[in-house]
Ligand binder design. Structure first.
Ligand code: AVJ
Length: 349
């Protein structure tokens, strides 16, 4: 089925008056080029420590399983972050300043931003995602729900985007990056990534970012080894997705879920453990596994306030404000470019 944006473009070409799109909705497609997924996956699987990039968790079933994870009793991050956003929306709005352009890389269903929109009243909201269809549907839905809000969706691969596209309001930008997604990167990559985001910003801009906190191994390991086994299914499903993408023949029964806290590196590691010596085919390539050997599927770094301050500082940012829950499970920070007071239009004291 053609999308509503495509139908509208066709109607305009033919001079038809059809306009089914909300007036407060704009869509810019930067046509992110599809990377060679098979080559990328194969490269990871031929390293000494085999790995698969965690972005491959998220096919339709993986996304649904992650959705389920966010509601599990052991998985504290999502509900805790929502609680922090809800409780501190006004203070966050004061840091963001009036009439900002709120940009959300990897916006998905734009669920969390709804907790902020009322307090923030941004001049525009810019959801950005690599999946055009899903982005379009979520952004139109949001525009219909918030008729006063200008929603300017941008289809792009934000990880490799050097500049925001032209045509956005000229107001200062605030980047919203919730969910501790930064935790998937090692600190060096996180610095590089934040530095890249910084290039989108002018002096008044900032980043509102969710970061999971270092805590007892017991709580952390429970969050990635839930009693219902949903995280195990989520981890194993990456092999299903890889089978579809690369014509591989991974047998999910021959691998097991293993997640543990690597205290020295302050990260949760997720692995798939080969239950036996086995050979997996990917087209005409054979990948050998010995019993007990693992595929590393995810890192989820946990920060202290100090370790996160260092990462932010290395990327040229300072923490203007931090918020967390009473149990200090999760945190949200407002980062400003270093050397900037954080004052917006003189409205803050
Ligand atoms: C979406 C990357 C923040 O690291 O906690 C959840 C993904 N993996 N359970 C996380 C995940 C296993 C999640 N992030």
């Amino acid at each position: 089925m053609r999308s509503r944006v495509q139908r509208q473009l066709e109607a305009e070409r033919e001079g038809l008056p059809e306009n089914t799109l909300p007036a407060n909705f704009v869509f810019t497609d930067l046509h992110p080029r599809a990377r060679d997924k098979r080559a990328e996956i194969l490269e990871g699987l031929t390293q000494e420590q085999k790995f698969i990039d965690p972005k491959y968790f998220y096919d339709a079933r993986g996304s649904a399983l992650f959705e389920q994870i966010t509601g599990l009793p052991e998985y504290y991050p999502t509900r805790t972050e929502r609680h922090i956003l809800q409780r501190n929306a006004r203070a966050m709005a004061a840091d963001c300043g009036p009439d900002c352009v709120l940009v959300e890389p990897g916006s998905g269903s734009s669920e969390k931003v709804r907790l902020l929109l009322g307090a923030l009243e941004p001049a525009a909201y810019v959801p950005m995602d690599i999946s055009a269809d899903f982005l379009e549907r979520s952004a139109i839905q949001l525009a219909e729900e918030y008729p006063w809000l200008c929603v300017h969706a941008v289809c792009a691969d934000f990880a490799s985007l050097d500049n925001l596209p032209p045509g956005l309001p000229a107001n200062h930008y605030v980047i919203f990056y919730p969910g501790s997604t930064l935790g998937n990167m090692c600190p060096a990559d996180a610095v590089e990534f934040l530095r890249r985001l910084g290039r989108w910003l002018d002096r008044d801009g900032g980043i509102l970012i969710g970061i999971d906190l270092h805590k007892s191994t017991r709580i952390l390991e429970a969050a990635y080894n839930d009693a219902q086994g949903i995280t195990a299914q989520f981890n194993l499903n990456i092999l299903n997705h890889v089978n579809k993408l690369t014509d591989a023949n991974f047998d999910l029964n021959c691998f097991g879920h293993h997640a543990f806290y690597n205290e020295a590196k302050q990260r949760i590691e997720m692995h798939l453990v080969s239950k036996r010596d086995q050979t997996v085919k990917m087209g005409d390539i054979r990948i050998r596994f010995s019993r007990g050997e693992t595929i590393h599927t995810e890192n989820s770094y946990k920060y202290t306030r100090e370790s996160f301050r260092k990462v932010a500082a290395s990327a040229g940012f300072e923490i203007h404000s931090s918020w967390c829950d009473d149990q200090r499970l999760f945190s949200v920070h407002y980062l400003g470019l270093r050397g900037n007071s954080g004052k917006k239009d003189g409205k803050r004291s």
